[in-house]
Design a protein around this ligand. Structure first.
Ligand code: ADP
Length: 494
């Protein structure tokens, strides 16, 4: 022992004997051991015991080849390593090794020759670190990079792009090439703006998208983009930031070409628009004739027969449906115009509630209004929103009950709420009710009349006013709808 240590001191580290032993003992993260010229173990530190599982007594005198995996032994790796160390003064290696229990670890280290004072080689010293974790991480990273590469190459229906922190392209998938017509070398290093339309570039939409992705962790959008040849295509995409050790290193964007669907949707909108427009004139005439008939009969008979009343109601329903469809097409085409005026929303609620109370005897409309600011809004359109929400409250609480309508100030906005004691909604339904044509899937809902446009229109109107609309509910527990609209800047309270 004594002799070996002296040798190591002289030839490798220059550290004094006692200190050297201490150093070897304390280096628990490193396996440090020496081999003689026949590669038998001649010294063994605590780190080696921890890493390889053999105690010093067990291993001394045994061949160091047993740390090599059979595949490497078959390739004479142990001999090759010591030969290289002898010849070149050092042999570096990174390979899988075997522990006493047969398990494998990835060791990275060096072998060096050991000499005595006379310069005769006595053996080797090997220092090794367990790099299994790093190796696994590296392999996982390589596997995930490979997966990403394969995904990027095979997902030809999707454009997958990565950007650096400045928004310049760093990767551009095969799908992106096919969809946009630019090859990868043509776009690398260019700003993502490249595929934005001039209108969106003017509005700095590309920058906005990156900022949203950075701040919110995700930016979703549907917009027109430009191909290399200048033609346009409608894409639906999502952008997310990429972090490495909490440092932002760029963004990834995945987008899908949905031009076909968009054009189909446009055709559908056009059809709804034309059909409802064509229906409007005859229905308006029928309504006029029914009213005339009603008046004539009232004059001759004293009152109009129930059948005429029913006819009138059905014509009203038809008229309302046509208006709903016309509103939907106007919204889709961005043609819905607002005519704002300053008014007292409590007063409007009173008028609507008085009107609607007549619809159902089983429901009691209760007004709980606070003194609120006057609002600046399109009175007709807000009335449409309120009417829709209250008629839903009545429709979807078939057993009747109270419908509580409240107002309150909410910062510089006024908040209106309508609460019912009806069938309520699941969380999933709540997420979708403001979408176009959405109706809850379950069959019991289909027994209620409706086409799933009322709340869509209501939401669009509220959003156009700069307000917010939302609902809270649980299935079977009734529902509460809320919306806000900006108060009038003059701050007068009603
Ligand atoms: P419609 O009533 O014509 O189906 P809406 O757009 O007004 O369309 O409403 C969409 C869906 O939201 C309804 O089909 C219903 O499932 C749900 N919903 C709306 N209001 C309520 C309510 N007060 N209680 C329970 N469900 C409601």
């Amino acid at each position: 022992m004594e002799k070996r240590n002296i040798i190591i001191v002289d030839s490798v580290t220059g550290v004094m004997n006692g200190n050297l032993r201490l150093l070897l003992e304390s280096a628990k993260d490193y396996a440090i051991f020496t081999l003689d010229m026949e590669r038998r173990v001649t010294s063994w530190n605590a780190g080696a015991e921890l890493m390889l599982g053999y105690s010093e007594q067990e291993i001394l005198g045994q061949s160091g080849d047993i740390f090599f995996v059979p595949e490497d032994r078959a390739k004479n790796a142990p001999e090759w390593e010591t030969e290289k160390a002898s010849k070149e003064g050092v042999a570096e290696n990174e390979r899988w090794h075997l522990r006493k229990d047969g398990s494998r670890f990835y060791g990275s280290g060096t072998s060096r020759p050991l000499y005595n004072d006379k310069g005769e080689q006595l053996g080797f010293v090997k220092i090794m670190r367990d790099m299994t974790e790093d190796k696994r991480r590296e392999e996982a990273l390589r596997a995930s990079e490979e997966r990403l590469r394969i995904t990027m190459e095979s997902a030809t229906d999707y454009a997958i792009m990565t950007l650096d922190t400045e928004g310049n392209y760093t990767e551009w998938s095969k799908g992106a090439e096919q969809i946009f017509g630019f090859t990868e070398p043509e776009v690398l290093g260019k700003h993502t703006e490249l595929i934005f339309t001039p209108e969106d570039r003017e509005q700095e939409e590309a920058e906005k998208e990156i900022t949203t992705a950075r701040l919110k962790g995700r930016a979703e959008d549907e917009r027109w983009h430009m191909r290399k040849d200048g033609s346009r295509l409608f894409m639906s995409g999502v952008m997310r930031p990429i972090y490495n050790d909490n440092v932002l290193i760029g963004y990834v964007k995945v987008a899908r070409n949905i031009t076909e669907q968009k054009l189909l949707e446009k055709k559908k909108d056009d059809f709804i628009g034309i059909a409802s427009h064509e229906l409007k004139t005859p229905v308006t005439s029928i309504k006029a004739y029914v009213e005339l008939l009603q008046e004539t009969l009232e004059q001759t008979e004293g009152e109009s027969p129930a059948l005429i009343q029913k006819l009138n109601n059905q014509v009203d329903r038809l008229g309302a449906l046509i208006h709903t469809l016309l509103d939907t097409t106007m919204i889709a085409e961005g043609q819905l115009e607002l005519h704002p005026e300053t008014f007292d929303i409590n007063q409007l609620l009173q008028e609507i509630a008085d009107d609607m109370q007549n619809i159902s005897k089983r429901h009691k409309l209760v007004l709980q209004r606070e003194k609120v600011s006057r609002v600046k809004a399109d009175r007709e359109r807000i009335s449409q929103v309120i009417t829709n929400i209250i008629s839903n409250a009545i429709k979807y609480s078939p057993a009747g009950g109270e419908v509580i309508i409240t107002t309150k100030d909410d910062g510089n906005k006024v908040q209106v709420s309508v609460q019912d004691q009806g069938i309520g909604m699941s969380a999933n339904t709540i997420n979708n009710i403001f979408d176009r044509f959405y109706r809850e899937g379950n069959p019991s809902i289909q027994t209620f009349p409706g086409i799933g446009l009322g709340l869509y229109i209501a939401a669009e109107i509220v959003k156009m006013h700069g307000g917010r609309i939302w609902a809270e509910s649980e299935k079977g527990e009734g529902a509460t709808f809320y919306f806000t609209i900006p108060g009038s800047p003059d701050h007068t309270k009603s």
